[in-house]
Ligand binder design. Sequence first.
Ligand code: THG
Length: 367
Amino acid sequence: MALISPSRRLRRTPFSEGVEAAGVKAYTVYNHMLLPTVFRSVQEDYHHLKQAVQVWDVACERQVELRGPDASRLMQLLTPRDMRGMLPGQCFYVPIVDETGGMLNDPVAVKLAEDRWWISIADSDLLYWVKGLAYGYRLDVLIDEPDVSPLAVQGPRADDLMAAVFGDQVGKIRFFRFAVMSFQGRDMVIARSGYSKQGGFEIYVEGGDIGMPLWNALMEAGRDMDVRAGCPNLIERIEGGLLSYGNDMTDDNTPHECGLGKFCNTQTAIGCIGRDALLRVAKEGPVKQIRAIDIPGAPVPGCDRWWPLRAGDKTVGRVSSAAFSPDYDTNVAIGMVRMTHWDDGTELTVEAPDGPRPAFVREKFWI
Ligand code: THG
């Protein structure tokens, strides 16, 4: 592919300088912002992520901030997950749906206070939907995109690296909880979360000016831990079944089709937009659903369009993400498969760009 032209519409991040010094080889665009995708190679980055610790520029996980007396009411309008039990200090993975029950985003909601939230969004312009709802419902809430840029620290040695910079207290943070910790006199929200199954943290860096000082401190502190610049890894995230909005699902899919029914409490999420539509699909059950797909054999090419899944001459689904996994010695993939063909072990044919090949539906992802 040709190169992407830089411009002010394609936003750099507070960490771009460090990413470039570390030798980034490829970027994608996410929320109109640069997101690194490769440092050495996708496979080398993958092995290193599973063995050591990486620092990821995920500033493109932009925040939609809700602030004011109606912030909680707005949050519950946005998602079919029941938000009533959520306390400040917690993070929830929340499907966001439209009035038809279609997925608009799958962010992490961060509850900072009873009247203040960050919604850490996937790749769609959620800000406009949120602003439109607040305006239409005449809610008493301020909504904007603050200067907050997540920096992720992921991998088996993430606890060691974070303790070296923030102190041992950071190790006490539980999964999907956050604490506020200080770096060079600046408060930072630090959550145990991240877009990998290797464990780690996400630092919500407030103010772009402190981005490079923090990046450099992590790199220095991690010198004897084999720390490297990294990024969300295609192979690892498929093995872990972490979904990518826009690739694996769109606004044509309900959360139930995405396997996100466990994050929906449609009965009790009173007031949520799309509730009636979701109550119907929750009762009947989805007719197609996300599945792990195993494609044995030689490495497949990059998946930049949906690959049809066929049973005989019938199309019964699609593959939306695929990569060769060195650890499992097969191509791991994510697909959406019709109910008639979604049982564990079902053999299908995937129409990859280099020709048809056997594909097997799996009950579970690899990690
Ligand atoms: N962290 C933050 N913001 C994000 C992402 C993130 N915004 C964009 C994107 N990632 C949103 N999508 C996801 C997808 C999966 C998860 C988080 C965000 C995730 N899932 C875990 C899982 O499926 O195992 C845990 C879910 C749970 O148990 O609650 O972490 O990564 N800040």
